[in-house]
Design a protein around this ligand. Structure first.
Ligand code: ADP
Ligand code: MG
Length: 192
């Protein structure tokens, strides 16, 4: 009988420790001698800057990983003896990721997906909210608000030091802007 698969989702704003937590679980799987494969969407340029082939956390942890262009590619890339498949920055995948994850889990794989649940406007981000609904296990992490030091559940986008407007594009890959974690009270999205 094939092993029972499951989906774990790790979510929360930027700097909440999603990638650190993902890497912690992957290291434990390795200790258990389970085969692990790790992927990230090729659109995420942060990894291009720090060198392709790794997922990296803001605290400096890293784990070998491969870029994929589309969710469907994961079905081609998963190897027969893989027990754990991890996906970081899941918010950048298309909605195909939902069916792909379902297929992998049905095939006995433990899938761990990390990603932002909301964008800088505080709106649901890509397929992550739907993945959260599918998950057996869900961890919603908080960062620290850079304004007041309270727990932060949101990602503030700053352009030239000022809060970015609601109508600025959601994904600006590699632009010289700044993101910081903020609590609900200090999260600002000018709408005009
Ligand atoms: P995520 O993947 O959610 O963006 P990471 O795992 O990459 O988060 O990074 C988490 C680390 O970021 C923390 O352990 C801490 O060292 C660092 N960090 C920097 N700014 C903050 C912040 N505002 N709140 C919490 N941690 C922060
Ligand atoms: Mg991360």
């Amino acid at each position: 009988m094939p092993a029972t698969g499951s989906l774990e989702v790790i979510t929360g704003p930027m700097f909440s420790g999603k990638t650190d937590e993902l890497i912690r679980r992957l290291r434990r799987a390795r200790i258990a001698r389970q085969k692990v494969q790790v992927f990230y969407p090729a659109v995420d340029s942060r990894y291009a800057e720090s060198g392709f082939g790794k997922v990296t956390s803001h605290a400096g942890a890293e784990f070998d990983a491969a870029p994929v262009r589309a969710a469907q590619d994961l079905l081609r890339l998963v190897e027969d003896d893989t027990s754990v498949m991890a996906i970081d920055e899941a918010q950048f995948f298309d909605d195909d990721i939902l069916r792909v994850v379902e297929r992998l889990v049905a095939g006995g794989v433990r899938v761990i997906a990390a990603g932002l649940d909301t964008d800088f406007r505080g709106e649901p981000f890509g397929p992550v909210p739907a993945l959260m609904a599918q998950a057996e296990r869900l961890d919603k992490l908080q960062a620290i608000c850079m304004q007041c030091g309270e727990p932060a559940s949101r990602t503030q986008r700053l352009i030239g030091g000022k809060p970015a407007g609601a109508h600025d594009p959601v994904v600006v890959v590699g632009a010289g802007e700044l993101y910081e974690a903020r609590c609900r009270a200090h999260h600002k999205v000018p709408r005009e």
